[in-house]
Design a protein around this ligand. Structure first.
Ligand SMILES: [Zn+2]
Length: 382
């Protein structure tokens, strides 16, 4: 009997006896999981290569602390694109091709999951409010607003995660400016235009609105950084700032941080890419230090750090560092897992498929990602 049949059975039995429905979900006590997408596509050469790394904290400190998986791969399957949204949804669902085009004229590369995400499994299994299942997204990727829940019938919006991003903050800010109505007329007209443009870019994620806890989070953020957008950090530093604040104020049980800036190498020179890797490495250090200095998280948290996809390693490419041409290196990633319940000081000396991430996180949190196709790395859990 799968979970759906089980729940149906419970519901039928309860209705028959006119007894109140049993409490569906249990209280969750841990471990908490922070999934860090070392994203925007990175090559092993600049991240986990011992001599070549631009992420020394990751490679020299964190990798030794838990289980280091140097050979994770995105499977070679027809139709699998080695890219950011795709890789992220592989990580969140434990499957390949578990997404569909969300059908927007305004945004390309807009995918929504067709299978349950980790957030949905978690919130179905445990009594966890939406603001404790968090996605932290980049500022110019509203297409990733779609990852908060899938369109599978049994899960979906009731079990969604909440989203923190600059896109979300601007929605809050312009709505507030319009509601307050105290700004100069030009400011109000601009706020109306910007608010409408944000709504048009992201119609699905507007309903339902964000929870009162997240609204309160934005109120404090606005109080701290103001309205002009010039004081808050930008790029992947912004993601670190949002994630650190979220840990302190929202107490997420599962949080995914979608770093992305190494992807600017599509347009720029390689130093943008290696600099972006350094910034993620700094962000990782801040996240780990925040967890270790907080009694709520210390000793009860797992970190999983892994890229969305690799990048080409072919020096003969006319434009190096790309990831859309299905080259071997674009399929090559890695993972570092450490924290409560994870083995220590271990290198997993075998090939591991990217679809293992979701079921492994599920196992460490005590639920099953029932539709995941990958196998949990049960031998690294202690
Ligand atoms: Zn890219």
């Amino acid at each position: 009997m799968d979970r759906r049949e089980f729940n149906t059975g419970l519901g039928a039995a309860a209705a028959a006896s006119l007894a109140p429905l049993p409490a569906k979900a249990q209280v969750y006590s841990g471990p908490n999981v922070i999934l860090v997408r070392f994203g925007g596509g990175v090559r092993r050469a600049e991240t986990i290569d011992e001599a070549g790394t631009y992420a020394p904290y990751l490679r020299h400190i964190l990798a030794a602390r838990g289980v280091f998986v140097p050979d994770m791969r995105i499977a070679q399957i027809d139709g699998v694109d080695t890219s950011h949204a795709e890789g992220t949804l592989n990580l969140l669902t434990g499957r390949y091709l578990a997404y569909r085009d969300a059908g927007s004229q305004l945004l390309q590369d807009r995918l929504e999951p067709t299978e349950p995400t980790l957030f949905e499994y978690l919130r179905e299994a445990f009594d966890i409010p939406s603001h404790q299942a968090l996605l932290i997204n980049g500022e110019d990727r509203p297409q990733e607003e779609f990852f908060t829940y899938g369109v599978s019938p049994h899960y979906g919006i009731a079990y969604r995660s909440e989203m923190l991003s600059l896109h979300r903050f601007k929605l809050y800010k312009f709505a507030q400016i319009l509601e307050e109505g105290t700004s100069r007329e030009a400011t109000l007209i601009d706020a109306r235009q910007q608010y409408d443009a944000l709504l048009a870019a992201d119609p699905r994620a507007i309903t339902p609105g964000q929870s009162p806890e997240v609204t309160e989070f934005w109120r404090r953020w606005r109080g701290h950084y103001g309205d002009d957008g010039l004081r808050n950090p930008r790029g992947d530093r912004l993601l670190t700032a949002l994630a650190v604040r979220a840990l302190r104020e929202l107490r997420p049980r599962l949080m995914m941080v979608n770093y992305q800036d190494p992807d600017y190498v599509h347009w720029g020179n390689p130093s943008h890419y290696t600099r972006a890797i350094q910034i993620i490495d700094d962000g990782l250090q801040r996240l780990v230090e925040t967890v270790e200095s907080d009694p709520f998280y210390r000793g009860n948290t797992v970190f999983v750090v892994t890229p969305d996809c690799g990048r080409d390693a072919n020096p003969l490419m006319s434009v190096p560092f790309q990831h859309h041409f299905n080259s071997r290196a674009a399929h090559e990633t890695w993972a570092v897992l450490f924290g409560t319940g994870i083995d220590q000081g271990r290198v997993l000396d075998r090939m591991v498929d990217q679809s293992a991430i979701a079921p492994t996180i599920a196992a460490s949190m005590g639920f099953r990602a029932a539709r995941a196709e990958g196998d949990a790395l049960s031998d690294v859990l202690i």
